[in-house]
Write a protein that binds this ligand. Structure first.
Ligand SMILES: Cc1cc2nc3c(=O)[nH]c(=O)nc-3n(C[C@H](O)[C@H](O)[C@H](O)COP(=O)(O)OP(=O)(O)OC[C@H]3O[C@@H](n4cnc5c(N)ncnc54)[C@H](O)[C@@H]3O)c2cc1C
Length: 151
């Protein structure tokens, strides 16, 4: 049983392609005297690189989704599920939509990107944005609806 608090607070903002790998490495070799906290706006992360395979019907959506609750628990990391709305670099704190700020000693930011739709003329359901990922986002269902229910 640990009797003292860890000296260092390490925070991973976003648990997608980048930070999920950090979490995996942490699981194999944690940094001594440090506490790891993961922050994500969803409790499930979608691996966008495999979405074309979902759309092609090669595998179900569940195959590209990572359960962050289980992943963090297996690495003995804390998980905070909330939307980060800002970064206070002077005070070294993450700012949230619906909870108090989270202090950190070290922060790794991996929140991906948001594609622009500028210049895209046709804005209908046949155009799917792979980013940002969302928990409810099921590209396979969305694509089938856009094609019509008989396909
Ligand atoms: C079809 C496809 C194929 C690709 N193939 C390759 C490839 O072969 N090689 C390659 O290097 N790259 C590839 N990429 C690009 C790669 O997927 C991205 O570069 C990568 O996902 C970015 O990693 P990330 O961890 O920064 O973000 P993401 O993997 O997008 O994860 C970001 C996470 O942060 C969370 N988040 C976002 N904003 C907030 C917020 N405000 N508060 C809290 N949480 C937040 C999201 O929920 C998400 O879980 C591909 C992309 C696509 C779409």
């Amino acid at each position: 049983m640990q009797l003292t608090l860890p000296k260092h607070d390490i925070v991973l903002l976003g648990v997608g392609y980048t930070n999920a790998h950090v979490l995996h490495m942490w699981k194999m070799k944690p940094i001594p005297d440090a506490r790891l906290t993961c922050v994500s706006n969803y409790s499930v992360a979608t691996y966008s690189g495999m979405l074309p395979g979902v759309l092609a019907g090669q595998y179900p959506t569940s195959r590209v989704q990572i359960d962050l609750v289980r992943l963090c628990a297996s690495a003995h990391a804390h998980l905070i599920v909330d939307q980060v709305i800002g970064l206070d670099t002077a005070e070294r704190r993450l700012l949230f939509e619906s909870r108090p700020p989270l202090p950190f000693d070290l922060l790794s930011v991996g929140i991906g990107s948001v594609p622009t739709r500028e210049g895209v003329e046709s804005l209908d359901d046949t155009i799917l944005a792979m980013k940002p990922p969302s928990q409810d986002h099921d590209p396979a269902t969305q694509m089938r609806c856009a094609r019509g229910s008989n396909q």
